[in-house]
Design a protein around this ligand. Structure first.
Ligand SMILES: Nc1nc2c(c(=O)[nH]1)N[C@H]1C(S)=C(S)[C@@H](COP(=O)(O)OP(=O)(O)OC[C@H]3O[C@@H](n4cnc5c(=O)[nH]c(N)nc54)[C@H](O)[C@@H]3O)O[C@H]1N2
Ligand SMILES: Nc1nc2c(c(=O)[nH]1)N[C@H]1C(S)=C(S)[C@@H](COP(=O)(O)OP(=O)(O)OC[C@H]3O[C@@H](n4cnc5c(=O)[nH]c(N)nc54)[C@H](O)[C@@H]3O)O[C@H]1N2
Ligand code: SF4
Ligand SMILES: [Mo]
Length: 693
């Protein structure tokens, strides 16, 4: 065994709200050992997930890309030859310039997501986009529905210090599965239980790892959280737990809300959610009688057609109860607003070409297959440049995504760490560095720290960072911006200072800044984020959905008050099952599907189906089943699982297409329809037929 040579400080770059502060054993200039969570960071608190603890498996993986490659076989064949960086970059530039000359710059679509959450490496692609006037991208995979529903209530994407969970008497974990997706939520919630006897409630659509650890688990039908929230508020008004003084001071229309809720009874909600009346009453009593109740609202319950409405409805509960008044009480989803970044330099927001058409990321299938609803009267997409995302696996309507990526007249360059299923469709593949091999700046979505991730080890020869590739392409494409001539550290320093924070030297020394706003601000005791300072029970959905950004305007029938909107992809006689594709513990979206331990632990794609449903369909544990709807057919193995409502199935995700029996993955069934009101992925909202295969 090698003894640790040095310990490097870093931050986890993956697309996870925890953004853990890391300590990495560096064994040699190009070799790491164990990765640990920093004990000195008050949010990370020494805990990280297992998949990042064994990061050596990923960074030193034998399949890492280290050479640029140019396609030799047919599109999607995965046949390539090695090339030099100059040859590969020259070819990309030559093709993009030709496309621009023939079709206009909007025929090129830089496409990215959050494979790294580093601000420089993730968002620098937008500087190239804006400098060239390429088509813009509306990033809808993940956060749009959740953020919109939350901001509709508070007026600001911020909330109570998540470390205050440890000072709660009741932590409600709603629509998130932190045991899988953001382990640190459990650290702080369990501290409250140990130290104060706090109750933990988890609300989900199946008995997942978080429900297993909770004191109260509510398993409801997918997409019905709005009904549960309404009944809880109905009971609060009925039983005298509504905080009328608080509402009079801090909210827009408590009287209107009370009248609206008069017939949103527990019986009404039980019918919709599938929960028992007594379960709803018990939950309402617990939160109604516990002033220090902390509502930790996740993304999972917003990944459906009702998503924003459900988020807003759940967020109304602490406003009715006045939980925000108390330490350890209130709500939290994401702290995006507290960082007040000036993104101008990183994203080139002063560049001339930044008012081009916007295409919806989740609709990459329809976009690439020429849907006029997306393209408008603009040119088709003829060139794609991709970083940090794997849409051939993770985007909805995969049949269309694959058909689009397979177009022989489309030129695609993918910059990646592995030869992903998306990279296999590329014309040019470029090898990328990993986070420990470059320097970047991070922010905690699920907490309140700005962190630096300095370069800790040398990359394998041949890998280049996103920033290096963007700058090299800019030079060849004649794109002008001062950011292309700067190094990552200069960009970080200037961005920090422009945003009102100390510069990189101080950040390097301190490793992170804890930028938690004070108690009054975080609890909105000085007023909410809307101009009148009031929480909105009556959201202005049309304000959330300005024309030209996502679907044109909010649907006129979005509910005026928190409600059950009934928009989910309902079960029908032809498609009697409702499917959620909840994240698997050992994968992180498409990442870690390449690491041996994660693959071994997850074993193979499975569909969880309840014993009664399985019995009716004659499906035995381990048997092959077929899931289908109008978008596609997927075959995988059944796991008979006691922890689901009848008519609900779960396919933990995201597995590569290649792991499925027919080579086509679960997103063949999910819909690319934009969620209301501003677009958003519908990954947990799919009606399907199920049969033995
Ligand atoms: N291990 C692991 N960690 C991850 C990820 C991963 O894929 N794997 N993904 C990362 C990313 S990109 C993100 S955005 C976060 C997301 O993390 P979360 O906020 O946890 O969101 P999801 O994981 O989408 O879903 C959470 C839970 O919501 C449940 N759910 C689905 N529909 C409903 C519903 O209608 N109502 C309710 N109450 N619950 C519902 C799902 O079953 C799931 O258990 O996690 C990050 N962390
Ligand atoms: N069925 C189903 N589908 C889903 C979801 C679900 O719950 N169910 N969740 C959705 C959600 S919330 C999200 S956010 C998406 C995310 O899906 P993806 O965008 O695919 O997510 P990641 O796995 O985070 O990152 C993708 C790629 O980024 C690459 N990468 C990492 N760092 C770098 C870098 O520095 N440079 C370059 N060039 N590449 C890098 C990784 O190698 C990886 O292949 O998936 C969505 N799809
Ligand atoms: S919990 Fe999330 S942020 Fe922390 S190490 Fe794991 S993936 Fe990274
Ligand atoms: Mo996400």
């Amino acid at each position: 065994m090698n003894a640790p040579v040095t310990v490097a400080y870093s931050a986890c770059p993956h697309d996870c709200p925890s953004t853990c502060a890391l300590e990495v054993d560096v064994l040699a200039p190009d070799r790491i050992g164990r990765v640990r969570g920093s004990k000195d960071n008050s949010y990370t608190d020494g805990v990280i997930c297992a998949k990042v603890a064994r990061y050596a498996e990923r960074i030193h993986h034998p399949d890492r890309l280290t050479k640029p490659m140019i396609r030799t076989g047919p599109k999607g064949s995965g046949q390539f030859r090695e090339a030099s960086w100059d040859e590969a970059l020259d070819l990309v530039a030559e093709k993009f310039l030709a496309i621009e000359a023939e079709h206009g710059a909007e025929a090129i679509w830089p496409y990215y997501y959050a494979g790294t959450m580093g601000l420089v490496m993730r968002d620098g692609i937008n500087r190239l986009r804006h400098a060239k006037g390429y088509s813009r991208m509306h990033g809808t995979f993940c956060t749009t529905m959740a953020f919109t529903g939350y901001i509709a209530g508070t007026g600001l994407l911020a909330g109570v210090d998540p470390r205050e969970m440890a000072k709660s008497d009741c932590v409600v974990i709603w629509g998130t599965n932190p045991v899988n997706t953001q382990v640190n939520v459990m650290t702080h919630a369990i501290k409250a239980r140990k130290e104060r006897g706090a109750k933990i409630v988890a609300i989900d659509v199946y008995r997942n790892g978080t429900i297993d650890q909770a004191d109260m688990g509510l398993i409801l039908k997918p997409g019905t959280d709005g009904a549960l929230a309404c009944a809880v508020m109905h009971i609060a008004f009925r039983d005298g737990h509504a905080d009328r003084d608080y509402m009079a001071k801090y909210t827009d229309d408590p009287a209107g809300l009370e009248a609206h809720l008069a017939d949103r009874t527990p019986e009404w909600a039980a019918e919709i959610t599938g929960l028992g009346v007594e379960e709803i009453e018990a939950f309402a009593k617990l939160v109604g009688e516990t002033p220090r109740t902390f509502f930790r609202l996740g993304y999972g319950f917003t990944r459906g057609r009702n998503g924003s409405v459900n988020m807003h409805a759940a967020l109304c509960v602490p406003a009715v109860l006045g939980s925000w008044r108390h330490e350890g009480g209130g709500a939290f989803h994401n702290n995006g607003a507290i960082y007040h970044w000036d993104r101008g330099l990183i994203e080139g927001l002063d560049a001339p070409g930044r008012h081009t058409r916007i295409l919806d990321q989740s609709r990459i299938g329809p976009v690439l297959t020429g849907d006029r609803r997306d393209l408008g009267d603009g040119p088709p997409i003829m060139g794609l440049f991709m970083q940090n995302t794997n849409p051939a696996m993770v985007a909805p309507e995969l049949n269309k995504v694959h058909a689009g990526l397979a177009r022989e007249d489309l030129f695609t360059c993918v910059h990646e760490q592995f030869l992903t299923e998306t990279a296999q469709f590329a014309d040019v593949v470029l090898p990328a560095t990993m986070f420990l091999e470059h320097t970047d700046l991070y922010q905690g979505g699920g907490h309140q720290h700005i962190l630096l991730g300095p370069k800790a080890v040398d990359a394998p020869e041949g890998c280049r960072s996103n920033h290096e590739v963007i700058c090299a392409l800019a030079e060849r494409l004649g794109a002008e911006h001062r950011g292309f001539a700067m190094g990552p550290e200069e960009i970080i320093d200037e961005t920090l200072k422009n945003s009102g924070w100390p510069g990189i030297d101080e950040l390097r020394e301190k490793r992170w800044f804890d930028v938690q706003p004070d108690f009054e601000t975080a609890h909105y005791l000085n007023g909410f984020g809307h101009p009148d300072g009031r929480f909105r029970f009556r959201p202005d959905w049309s304000e959330c959905a300005p024309k030209g950004f996502g679907p044109d305007g909010a649907p006129g029938d979005m509910p005026a008050f928190p409600d059950y909107w009934g928009r989910e992809d309902r079960a029908t006689p032809e498609k009697p099952f409702r499917m959620s594709t909840s994240p698997a513990r050992n994968f992180l979206n498409s990442s870690f599907t390449e690491t041996p331990t994660s693959k071994k632990r997850e074993n193979r794609p499975t569909v969880k189906i309840g014993p009664a449903d399985a019995g009716k369909l004659g499906i035995a544990d381990g048997q092959l089943v077929r899931l289908s709807n109008e978008r596609g057919t997927v075959r995988l193995h059944a796991e008979v699982f006691d922890g689901l409502r009848p008519g609900v199935i779960i396919v933990e995700s995201v597995w590569p297409n290649a792991a499925f029996v027919d080579g086509l993955g679960i997103n063949a069934l999910t819909s690319a329809e934009p969620g209301a009101p501003v677009g958003g992925g519908l990954f947990h909202d799919t009606a399907v037929a199920v049969e033995a295969a």
